[in-house]
Design a protein around this ligand. Structure first.
Ligand SMILES: NC(=O)c1ccc[n+]([C@@H]2O[C@H](COP(=O)([O-])OP(=O)(O)OC[C@H]3O[C@@H](n4cnc5c(N)ncnc54)[C@H](O)[C@@H]3O)[C@@H](O)[C@H]2O)c1
Length: 384
């Protein structure tokens, strides 16, 4: 099957593209490389030294004999997008190609606009390109668990059945996102749902939790295939960030009380979830939603787990509860469903001491690359 991975130079997309290629899919990568540009603009860098995409792909071919076709360009450029699709002729598109940092979207008006235009218009372009050229192609779109926010009831997978004044309906689950980035994902979900309804497109929205880990079977095959690992206050996500902080002896940066509970998964499960979605496509006209995570943790508990694992490796770790730069509930109910992917065969890699050890050791190996000035959060949600 031919699968185009949009955003295939990024953290999730790179691991997914190689995994699918290894599994026998015919894979293409489309990426504007804009994430590398945003890193330069913010003066930040992945912990791991990532090679230029062309070198990464050449190494993959040399090692495996498998070829991944590359399309460099922006999905906001509709002509480029359509030409690439006509050349590649995808049967499935996996869409990772968005600005994915909440703090980046909250820097100022320009970054909020950039995030929403990049994400919402790019996604809308894909919908139009599918309508006009590949209406049967399955769109697998990366959403986020952050679309739901933290409601005081259980979170369902995309839809909820409600009885109101004696009548009953199954409706899209209410969304209460916590940043202009998360809002862009909600807008995407609505646009995809509508396009499926009116044009009969088939789509799966993967509401993904926070991803942790760095090694997959494929990215671990060679130093040139290494994946990115972000630790800075803008793109670094909890757990990955904590492990790197522990490795360099920086106090773990827990925002507020640390009672914020979120959904998490190992990057080895991200790649598998995407394959499960591709192998079991949505029906024509169906907008299917899967919650893509394996476990829920509070940020404070994660910090304690990292501290324990790091201490047993001889690292000295403090936990620092910082003033929360975000506006969010720090103590709340959080219970989300994740049964769809499990029932389709996902066998989770749960967070374990051995994973924490390997991530910590990995971080220690590259700690000479850490710029300590980039660790603390600099972007505030609050009005100045
Ligand atoms: N990393 C996580 O923990 C996480 C959690 C939940 C959801 N997600 C979602 O998964 C997706 C991938 O996240 P990631 O962590 O791999 O991000 P990333 O920044 O590492 O990768 C995104 C890639 O998309 C490319 N891109 C962005 N805009 C583009 C455009 N207009 N045209 C072409 N390419 C473009 C970037 O250059 C980059 O290579 C995002 O949609 C994100 O919202 C990620």
């Amino acid at each position: 099957m031919k699968v185009l991975v949009i955003g295939g130079d990024g953290y999730c997309g790179w691991a997914t593209a190689l995994y699918l290629s290894n599994r026998g899919y015919e894979v293409g990568i489309l990426d504007s490389l804009v994430r590398r540009h945003w890193d330069l603009e913010q003066c930040i860098e992945t912990l791991t030294p990532i090679a230029p995409i062309q070198q990464r792909l050449q190494r993959w071919t040399d090692l495996t004999g498998k070829n991944i076709e590359l399309f460099i360009g922006d999905i906001n450029n509709y002509d480029f997008l359509v030409k690439s699709l006509l050349k590649f002729e995808p049967e499935a598109i996996v869409h990772f190609g968005e600005q994915r940092s909440a703090p980046f979207s909250m820097i100022d008006r320009e970054h909020a606009v950039l995030t929403q235009v990049n994400n919402v218009v790019g996604n809308l372009n894909i919908l139009y390109a599918l309508r006009d050229h590949f209406p049967d192609c399955h769109l697998v779109k990366l959403g986020t668990m952050g679309e739901y926010g933290t409601p005081n009831i259980d979170i369902e997978e995309g839809y909820i059945t409600i009885e109101h004044n004696g009548r009953k309906d199954t409706l899209p689950y209410p969304k209460q996102p916590g940043s202009f980035y998360h809002l862009s994902k909600v807008h995407d979900s609505h646009n995809i749902h509508f396009a499926c309804k009116i044009w009969g497109l088939r789509a799966t929205d993967l509401n993904q939790g926070v991803v942790y880990g760095v090694l997959t079977e494929e990215t671990g095959m060679d130093e040139l295939l290494i994946n990115r690992l972000d630790y800075d206050g803008i793109f670094g996500t909890a757990l990955n960030r904590f492990c790197i902080q522990a490795a360099v002896g920086h106090p773990l940066t827990v925002y507020g009380t640390g009672g914020q509970t979120r959904a998490f998964l190992d990057i080895r499960d991200t790649v598998r979830c995407v394959e499960i979605a591709i192998a079991n496509p949505a029906n024509a006209g169906e907008f299917r939603v899967f919650n893509q995570f394996t476990e829920m943790f509070s940020v404070g508990d994660l910090a304690l787990m990292v501290k324990k694992a790091a201490t047993s490796l001889g690292l000295d770790v403090e936990i620092n509860n910082l003033d929360n730069p975000r506006v969010e509930k720090e103590e709340h109910y959080f219970n989300a469903k994740n049964t769809s992917l499990l029932s389709l065969g996902l066998q989770p890699h749960y967070l374990s001491d051995s994973l924490l050890d390997s991530l910590l050791n990995f971080a220690v190996k590259y700690k000479h690359r850490v710029d300590q000035k980039q660790i603390l959060p600099k972007v505030s949600w609050h009005r100045k």
